[in-house]
Design a binder for this molecule. Structure first.
Ligand code: SAM
Length: 325
């Protein structure tokens, strides 16, 4: 694809998908093809305008138009249904939601100032904002949970967790990854650690089958993290933060980890041979974080008393294995 082609469809495509998902069109088409008029009466839209949206998304292969003028889901439309086993519905809602596209719209300002446009726009940092906006926070948490279905198999294939006794998932969201690790590793015990409001939504995920081996702890990793684990996992956590904050988080993990423990960071490396971090770094920029190189991690780790021992590719990201120095 000619890179300049992104200029035209990119934002419009994302907003078009967002609108269709918000109107629940993929769900309404689950039972079979429908006309724009039928869909419009079901979702409360203007029939002519809805037809324009459906036509535009048919050009992106989200929907198909049948010979008799009805619309149906393609495989991509199907995955935007709420009840699809690998649903990307929340993914379709995510980047095009105002709390993300608006600061992304101010990317040039972030590049100019080196500061997160999110903070300038909303007057607070990203996670403080989520603490005050329950609906956006719920969407964020669901997107994180959905993402685990894609990353957990790669992580389990890339790394043997059976050598550990007690794994602490720091910033582990609502426990979807910890659950997968515990299911795959029958002798492992796990601690889910995240903000109290986030772990409040973890109970159902960590119930069936693993409840006896999963502990849920709410707290703030800038203050402390649970002690005594022989493995600390931080997946997609440090990229949310600048260096000063990352050093504080790693410093607290260093205080809590056993001397013979292992720290695992799961991050997109900007200099990975397999899959270098790409546009995600710009999203991190506007919310106040950054993707990093191996050398950046070595420096942060050295500053906080860790040594980087190996980097293991894990499909979309890299697993960075570290030990207390
Ligand atoms: C990008 S998400 C990653 C979630 C999960 N590890 C994953 O990969 O799906 C970062 C997580 O850090 C958590 N977090 C942010 N600030 C925190 C804090 N001060 N203390 C503990 N957790 C925090 C967020 O609630 C969120 O769940």
């Amino acid at each position: 694809m000619n890179p300049l082609e992104y200029i035209f469809p990119g934002i419009i495509a994302a907003q078009g998908i967002h609108a269709a998902v918000e109107l629940r069109i993929p769900d309404l088409l689950a039972a079979g093809p429908k006309t724009a008029a039928e869909l419009a009466s079901e979702c409360g839209a203007d029939p002519e305008t809805l037809e324009r949206l459906l036509r535009a998304l048919a050009s992106l292969e989200i929907f198909d138009c049948t010979e008799d003028g009805r619309y149906k889901n393609t495989e991509f439309g199907d995955v935007l249904r709420e009840d699809h086993p690998e649903s990307q519905r929340d993914g379709g809602m995510f980047l095009a939601a105002p709390f993300l596209w608006r600061p992304l719209g101010e990317l040039a300002e972030s590049v100019r100032t080196g500061k997160p446009s999110f903070n300038a726009m909303f007057g607070q940092s990203f996670f403080d904002y989520l603490a005050d906006h329950a609906e956006d926070a719920a969407l964020f948490n669901r997107v994180m949970t959905q993402g685990i279905a894609w990353t957990a198999p790669a992580l389990l294939k890339a790394y043997d967790f059976s050598r550990f006794k007690r794994l602490v998932d720091v910033g582990g969201g609502q426990g979807a990854l910890l659950r997968e690790l515990l299911v795959a590793t029958p002798k492992l015990k796990g601690v889910l650690f995240d903000l109290p409001a986030v772990v409040a939504g973890a109970v159902t995920i960590l119930q069936n089958g693993v409840a006896g081996r999963a502990e849920i702890v709410g707290g703030n990793f800038f203050e402390s993290v649970p002690e005594g684990g022989d493995c600390y996992l931080l997946k997609g956590v440090l990229h949310d933060w600048g260096d000063e904050d990352s050093v504080k988080i790693l410093g607290n993990v260093r205080k809590a980890i056993r001397p013979d423990g292992t720290l695992l960071l799961m991050e997109s490396l900007i200099d990975s041979d397999e899959r270098p971090a790409g546009l995600g770094d710009l999203l991190m920029l506007v919310i106040g974080g950054r993707d990093r190189s191996q050398a950046d991690f070595r420096r942060l780790l050295a500053e906080t008393g860790f040594t980087l021992t190996r980097v293991i590719p894990a499909v979309a990201t890299s697993l960075i294995e570290c030990h207390p120095a």
